[in-house]
Design a protein. Structure first.
Length: 371
């Protein structure tokens, strides 16, 4: 199958870019880079703390360069130290420990990384609500809230079952994924961001818009989380209901893309999306999810998803990158974090950078997985 992208050229540029990022970012825990092109430095219990070391591990795996490995090595240890102090870890520990402890163990066999990954999986399993069959989101008093983002953290539980032989982790992951099918993914393939359950009975109370435009809108990054998360769940379970769900979500995402194939922040933000900001992080995440979906299908059935991913990545590379700005600490521009709250609109987001690197690495032959 002929690729739409010049992968060797893009990979060469990525190597130059990430080498520069290594110098500029160093040990920071980045989330957002605004107009000055400098990434911030968040607490390690902030949900995005795993994406920068995830980039480093991918680059080490692909290039063999020791500098990436050395820079990535102690991130899981740093995360673990914070678990022993007051912290804000929540449903997103998969985003934090899969790109650090789990991939570190996969690539190096480090026993401490294995232990840390399993501890994170146990923490995530402990957030499971039996009556509602969901993993609770965030902390505080919203004990019945669950969100679509958690779909991407389920791989931590499936991995833990594979490592320990204990099926309970995978049972929790599959049960939560079943709740996603029932209460989050709509018939047309769009998704809810937040579903509020009665934490005692498990009854659905209401659907909230969250980071989307409205409760019934089409938040694009949430759509990407669902696409990728359901494709991952199918890979781990072999249950085709999850494969069909991933395809349905993918069709909704692709049908609503603009001409340049890079998603607006919400596909239903209004009768016209003219002037609405894009979200390159949603585009990059969806592209990697589409490649995951394509791998689960025959070459014929998977072709539409692979080619769609390549069209998205081609546009990101050609129109949204910072290739000519050596001092910019990010890879992609024009991400949208939380538009309804007015937070981080038209910025660079580290998870957008991560999923772009992951997607290009897949196309360049990367054989390991993080999510």
């Amino acid at each position: 199958m002929q690729q739409l992208l010049d992968i060797p050229l893009i990979w060469e540029k990525l190597e130059h870019k990430t080498e520069r990022m290594l110098t500029l970012i160093g040990g920071k825990s980045p989330h957002v880079a605004k107009d000055n092109g400098k990434y911030d430095d968040q607490r390690l219990d902030w949900w995005t703390s795993g994406f920068w070391p995830g980039i480093l591990w991918i680059m080490h795996d692909m290039t063999g360069r020791a500098a990436y490995r050395e820079a990535a090595w102690n991130w899981d240890e740093r995360l673990e130290r914070l678990t022993l102090a007051p912290n804000s870890f929540d449903h997103d520990v998969g985003f934090q420990f899969l790109p650090t402890a789990v991939i570190k163990y996969t690539l190096t066999g480090d026993p401490d990384a294995l232990r840390r990954g399993l501890a994170a999986a146990s923490f995530l399993a402990g957030r499971y609500n039996l009556n509602g069959r969901f993993i609770r989101a965030w902390n505080g008093d919203k004990t019945g809230w669950s969100i679509i983002d958690t779909s991407m953290n389920l791989s931590l539980l499936f991995w833990a079952s594979q490592q320990t032989g204990d099926p309970r982790y995978a049972q929790i992951a599959q049960a939560h994924a079943g709740t996603v099918l029932k209460h989050f993914i709509r018939e047309d393939g769009s998704v809810n961001h937040i579903v509020s359950f009665d934490p005692h009975s498990g009854e659905v109370l209401e659907v909230l818009g969250g980071q989307g435009h409205a409760p019934d809108s089409g938040w694009s990054r949430g759509t990407a989380w669902a696409l990728y998360g359901m494709a991952n769940t199918y890979r781990h379970t072999g249950d085709k209901t999850f494969l069909h769900a991933a395809r349905r979500v993918a069709h909704f995402f692709l049908a609503h893309l603009p001409e340049d194939h890079v998603a607006h922040w919400d596909f239903r933000a209004g009768s016209s999306l003219d002037g609405e900001p894009r979200d390159t992080s949603a585009a990059a995440c969806a592209a990697s999810g589409l490649l995951e979906l394509a791998e689960s299908l025959s070459a014929v059935d998977g072709r539409i998803y692979r080619e769609s991913a390549e069209r998205i990545l081609k546009s990101l590379y050609e129109h949204y990158g910072t290739w000519e700005d050596a001092e910019h600490e990010a890879i992609l521009l024009h991400g949208t974090g939380h538009k309804p709250a007015g937070d981080n609109v038209d910025v660079s987001l580290i998870y957008g950078d991560y999923f772009f690197v992951e997607s290009i690495a897949r196309l360049a032959g990367w054989k390991h997985r993080i999510f």
